[in-house]
Design a protein around this ligand. Structure first.
Ligand SMILES: *[C@@H]1O[C@H](CO)[C@@H](O)[C@H](O)[C@H]1NC(C)=O
Ligand SMILES: *[C@@H]1O[C@H](CO)[C@@H](O)[C@H](O)[C@H]1NC(C)=O
Ligand SMILES: *[C@@H]1O[C@H](CO)[C@@H](O)[C@H](O)[C@H]1NC(C)=O
Ligand SMILES: *[C@@H]1O[C@H](CO)[C@@H](O)[C@H](O)[C@H]1NC(C)=O
Ligand SMILES: *[C@@H]1O[C@H](CO)[C@@H](O)[C@H](O)[C@H]1NC(C)=O
Ligand SMILES: *[C@@H]1O[C@H](CO)[C@@H](O)[C@H](O)[C@H]1NC(C)=O
Ligand SMILES: *[C@@H]1O[C@H](CO)[C@@H](O)[C@H](O)[C@H]1NC(C)=O
Ligand SMILES: *[C@@H]1O[C@H](CO)[C@@H](O)[C@H](O)[C@H]1NC(C)=O
Ligand SMILES: *[C@@H]1O[C@H](CO)[C@@H](O)[C@H](O)[C@H]1NC(C)=O
Length: 770
């Protein structure tokens, strides 16, 4: 057991070392060659080898020789899209980006996992009734994560109930080097890993070191969490350390087949590797991709996830991506291209809380996932700021960083720390424990309303007001005392509420495309975990857990992708746009009685997913390639660039001379930024319900806007499956939208379906990307 523990510890250290090396090399290499992604649009050539040789020729023309070109190329993207990544100087990259057929050339950067602590991981798991349990849907759809890999022996990948692997699967199980050997089965049907970009940046991984895992095996935890959330088999009576969150764990699409594409390595997920994963996933024949990674918003064809998703969409694959964890500030949402389904995160009715009883009989409770028991009695409580180590200031001691506290005064006490922005870099509970403290109370100024997994007894106090009360009690009491209860699961919390951390709209790249699209559970989600990973993200925490509880848009993303897989299984012929529309128009809008939901539209998009309703949406907003062309024109791409991006070189499309705003795209929501005068947009809906349906419109006007819809009735028939309507938004006398976003909706109702299309109108906003 000890030996096993040592191996785990080494792996965790290695992960840290990766981070360390990363910081150093990036400084050293910045003047030299950098890793660039050269994006060349669609791949029309039938033979991948011809595409690769084109890449060599193009690069040779800049670098001078075929030999240099061959060694400079890191990845050749040759299946689902066209392009390559290579080590180039800035000048060389500029030269290449000006060449015909090249859309863009941009440096590979590192994306983060979209969980809520430092290294940002993700995952998901939906409870309740509905299609998740009651149907066989999801069967034979192939769903994939692009993430940190998976732990293939996890019980969630049990394949006893699965039939033969679907014929359309065209991928592989790349075992790589891992002990035990990485093996796939009929549930986890494929896995690949992409490390060439990472190694080009940070050097070759040492394959003879047994703790290096050059394989799809997950030693980080995040990928196992997201993948089991997306489509794990049912596993009964699982829990977080036997006490918290006991229940049946199951993936959103429990009968689907899973594929894992690993792109994250200790300390870095390189975008050059992410593009390679998309290229391969398109080749392999997956139906839905969940990606819980991202950074900030950039122009879509300089953004690896937007590029990969565009070509996935062209091949009928829906991509669901995390909207980011930079809320509650506005305009922080990422992964907002219109061909992506962008997921926000919200709470479920389950909370994990610990109580703090102070000596003055006042009790506070705070979120905590703390399974290490402390004796239920009163202990002295101290303010960390009052007990600095001899070489530390009071302010630094408050942060409770490594070696900041005086062991003499910590011993036997409960310590109050206020790590602020440093939370997640330091582990206050670890310092307190190391100095002989009993437990830690962490005042989290970010007001993050989710429970953290703690290695040692700890609780977070999410309101600065409560934190001040506790500090004041300590300050003015002679022998301040406190008692702390272990964490307990509480059901029945008001839910769903928008998670504070969940990134908000509007979409800073194309604000006329409303983002995020919808929300799903992303707070305190129980799902599978890699036993090689630290459950609390504290590197010294070597406990091996099979399940873990995480929060983030990383966790909501696979919930949404699981729901998308169910819709795809029920309607195999539907386009990604139609599946997305089904999920969006049936989503439940925010409940206005919950105060936290006042920024509803910006936090939730269309609302909270309702997978059962999405199976029968009545009408869908489909999006044609021609409409995407017009959208790209609105983004200032030229006719030539659009031909390269879409791969339709024979196309005679021309961008309209008068640029149409992006909100003319046939999208399942309507947004208008810079609103001052009446505008009209047209939407087209396809009837996917009973052929003779008649829909009537119901309008909820946003404050200060009059919405008129023409026609007010849509009569479908066997001949008329597709109908259009026009929506005119006009200002009324009061004009609140000059300052703030205002929200409304139009609902098409046929007495058995309510097809809801949100309307968002916003003030003047300049985009750096338009
Ligand atoms: C690679 O790992 C092996 C085994 O741990 C070790 O002996 C060797 O020194 C390592 N090589 C490098 C370059 O670090
Ligand atoms: C569930 O697990 C707990 C311990 O983790 C055990 O005590 C209990 O008997 C199990 N229940 C069932 C139904 O297996
Ligand atoms: C706290 O409550 C207990 C029991 O109700 C009581 O005995 C004690 O005096 C109270 N202490 C204070 C400080 O109010
Ligand atoms: C402060 O003192 C402690 C205990 O002597 C020592 O371990 C630590 O490294 C010192 N920290 C700094 C920043 O000098
Ligand atoms: C503690 O009380 C003193 C005197 O009332 C006050 O000056 C000081 O700011 C207080 N400190 C804290 C941390 O509340
Ligand atoms: C949507 O459009 C695609 C391609 O334009 C087409 O294949 C599909 O049948 C259409 N309808 C639905 C419901 O997906
Ligand atoms: C986009 O196109 C418009 C109209 O042609 C032009 O005025 C504007 O400068 C362009 N913006 C960028 C960023 O190229
Ligand atoms: C390519 O462009 C032509 C002419 O504009 C058009 O008819 C055709 O449908 C396009 N093909 C695709 C795959 O978009
Ligand atoms: C809104 O107006 C500003 C300046 O008036 C302009 O820079 C920006 O591009 C406009 N945004 C959109 C989405 O049209």
């Amino acid at each position: 057991m000890a030996a096993h523990g040592d191996i785990l510890r080494k792996k965790v250290l290695l992960w840290c070392l990766g981070l360390f090396v990363l910081v150093h090399l990036s400084a050293a290499q910045s003047t030299e060659k950098k890793l660039y992604i050269v994006y060349m649009g669609s791949n029309n050539l039938p033979d991948a080898e011809i595409t690769t040789s084109n890449h060599h020729n193009l690069l040779a023309s800049v670098l001078g020789s075929a030999g240099t070109a061959k060694t400079a190329i890191v990845h050749s993207y040759k299946h689902g899209l066209n392009g390559f990544s290579a080590l180039l100087t800035e000048t060389e990259a500029a030269q290449i980006s000006a060449m015909r057929g090249v859309v863009s050339a941009f440096p590979s950067v590192s994306y983060s996992l979209q969980t809520t602590r430092t290294w940002d991981y993700m995952g998901i798991n939906l409870d309740g009734n509905g299609p998740w349990t009651s149907t066989d849907f999801g069967k034979d759809t192939i769903v994939a994560t692009i993430d940190t890999g998976v732990w293939p022996e996890h019980e969630s990948f049990d394949d006893t109930a699965m039939g033969p692997i679907p014929q359309k699967w065209n991928g592989e199980c790349e075992a790589g080097l891992s002990t035990p050997k990485f093996q796939c089965n009929k549930k986890l049907i494929g896995a690949r890993y992409f490390s060439a970009g990472y190694e080009a940046m940070w050097g070759k991984m040492n394959v003879s070191d047994p703790t290096v895992t050059v394989s799809p095996r997950d030693i980080e935890g995040h990928g196992t969490h997201t993948t089991t959330t997306l489509g794990g088999s049912r596993t009964r009576n699982v829990s977080f350390q036997g006490t918290l969150g006991t229940g049946t764990a199951r993936g959103g699409a429990a009968n689907s087949r899973l594929v894992s594409y690993k792109v994250c390595w200790p300390g870095s997920c390189q975008t050059a590797d992410i593009v390679a994963a998309f290229d391969m996933a398109i080749h392999d024949g997956v139906d839905v991709i969940a990606i819980s990674l991202g950074a900030s918003s950039v122009d879509y064809f300089y953004d690896s996830i937007a590029i990969g998703s565009f070509h996935a969409m062209e091949r009928g694959i829906l991509v669901v991506a995390a909207g980011g964890n930079s809320g509650p500030d506005k305009a922080t949402v990422i992964n907002g291209a219109p061909w992506i389904l962008t997921a926000a995160a919200s709470s479920i009715d389950r909370e994990y809380l610990s109580d703090i009883h102070l000596g003055n009989n006042v009790t506070y409770s705070g979120p905590s996932l703390n399974t290490e028991r402390i004796a239920p009695k009163s202990y002295p409580i101290v303010d960390a700021g009052d007990i600095p180590a001899f070489n530390t200031t009071s302010d630094d001691a408050r942060l409770c960083g490594e070696d900041s506290l005086d062991a003499e005064k910590v011993k036997g006490s409960i310590v109050v720390c206020a790590p602020g922005d440093m939370f997640g870099i330091y582990y206050p509970e670890v310092e307190v424990h190391a100095k002989g403290g009993v437990a830690t109370i962490i005042i989290d100024e970010d007001l993050k309303s989710f429970a953290q997994v703690f290695h040692q007894p700890a609780v977070t106090v999410v309101s600065q007001g409560v934190g001040n009360h506790i500090l004041a009690y300590i300050n003015k009491t002679r022998n301040p005392m406190a008692m702390m209860t272990p964490s307990l699961m509480h059901l029945g919390a008001p839910a769903p509420l928008a998670a504070t951390f969940s990134s908000r709209g509007p979409n800073s790249v194309t604000p006329d495309i409303f983002k995020p699209d919808l929300t799903a559970p992303g707070v305190s989600i129980l799902a599978g975990w890699s036993p090689a990973a630290s459950p609390s993200e504290d590197p010294s925490d070597t406990r091996a857990f099979g399940y873990n509880i995480l929060s983030g848009t990383s966790m909501s993303t696979p919930h949404v992708a699981g729901a998308a897989a169910l819709v795809k299984a029920a309607h195999p012929g539907w386009s990604p746009a139609a599946i997305k529309s089904a999920l969006m128009t049936t989503a439940k809008p925010p409940d206005s009685q919950h105060k936290q939901n006042s920024d509803g539209g910006l936090a939730w998009g269309s609302g909270h997913i309702d997978p059962k309703e999405a199976l029968d949406p009545g009408l869908v907003y489909n999006t044609t390639f021609a409409e995407y062309n017009t959208f790209l024109c609105s983004m200032n791409y030229t006719d030539d660039q659009i031909r390269v991006i879409t791969g339709n070189m024979t196309s005679n499309m021309r961008c309209p001379t008068a640029k149409l705003p992006a909100n003319n795209l046939n999208y399942p929501s309507i947004a208008a930024v810079n609103f001052t005068k009446p505008i009209t947009v047209v939407r087209t809906v396809t009837n996917v319900g009973a052929p003779e349906s008649v829909y009537k419109v119901e309008v909820h006007h946003p404050s200060g806007i009059h919405v008129s819809v023409r026609p007010k009735t849509l009569k479908f028939s066997n001949e008329k499956k597709v109908l259009s309507y026009a929506v005119t938004l006009s200002p009324t006398r009061t004009q609140p939208w000059r300052e703030n976003w205002v929200f409304g909706a139009l609902i098409w109702n046929d007495d058995s379906h309510r097809v809801r299309t949100p309307i968002a109108v916003g003030p003047k906003m300049s985009s750096p990307f338009l």
